[in-house]
Design a protein. Structure first.
Length: 208
């Protein structure tokens, strides 16, 4: 399903870029430029428009960590496996995450917590010591040039990382609960995932 979505989005991007290019060429040919607008200006407009619609962070997998809180098994930590749709610079330091469980709506911020996985497990990584229910961090899985850990950015479609955060106590997920997560990049298109909690038998679960 994820591959089909990616293919569809790439097709839309290509179609829009072709349309924008066609409009630009037609304007230049017909002499419909105004003021000091040049061909380079149109090219910049096209590039900015393509950047805007192609800046998409894909969510490839959704995991949760189960703990017993007040005698009830609930999910209190979440890890989203993410990657850029296309090879393009995405500033992750300005990413905002919205959480909505139907009763509470809140945002998480980024405090510069980005580390390589190394020999750690995802939910046993030391980065969790700096995650407190109001912020999020990144555990880098594949990043050939170290852009995420060193510069807070994803810049290649081969970059893969887990976006990790802890849920506030009043938003932890029991079985059959639902949480809507929306990723808002500083520019580009937001992406929303609806997490439905399965039976909490194992310590690590995959959301439905």
């Amino acid at each position: 399903m994820g591959n089909l979505v990616s293919t569809g989005l790439i097709s839309v991007i290509l179609l829009v870029s072709i349309m924008l290019t066609g409009v630009t060429v037609a304007s230049v040919i017909n002499g419909e430029t105004t003021g000091t607008t040049t061909e380079q200006d149109y090219e910049q407009i096209i590039e900015e428009a393509i950047d805007e619609i192609s800046t998409i962070i894909l969510i490839k997998d959704q995991k949760g960590k189960v703990n017993e809180i007040n005698g009830e098994r609930t999910v209190d930590k979440i890890a989203l496996y993410i990657t850029p749709l296309v090879s393009q610079e995405i500033d992750m330091s300005n990413l905002n995450i919205q959480l909505n469980n139907g009763e509470t709506l809140m945002f998480l911020s980024y405090d510069g917590n980005a580390e390589n996985l190394g020999s750690n497990s995802i939910f046993g990584h030391p980065i969790w010591n700096d995650i407190d229910g109001s912020n999020f961090g990144f555990i880098s899985i594949i990043d050939l040039d170290g852009s995420l850990v060193n510069f807070d950015s994803l810049n290649d479609c081969s970059d893969n990382a887990y976006l990790v955060f802890e849920l506030p106590e009043d938003m932890t997920l029991a079985k059959h609960d639902k949480l809507t997560i929306t990723l808002f990049p500083s520019t580009g298109i937001s992406n929303t995932a609806v997490l439905k909690t399965p039976l909490l038998i194992d310590s690590i679960v995959t959301f439905e």
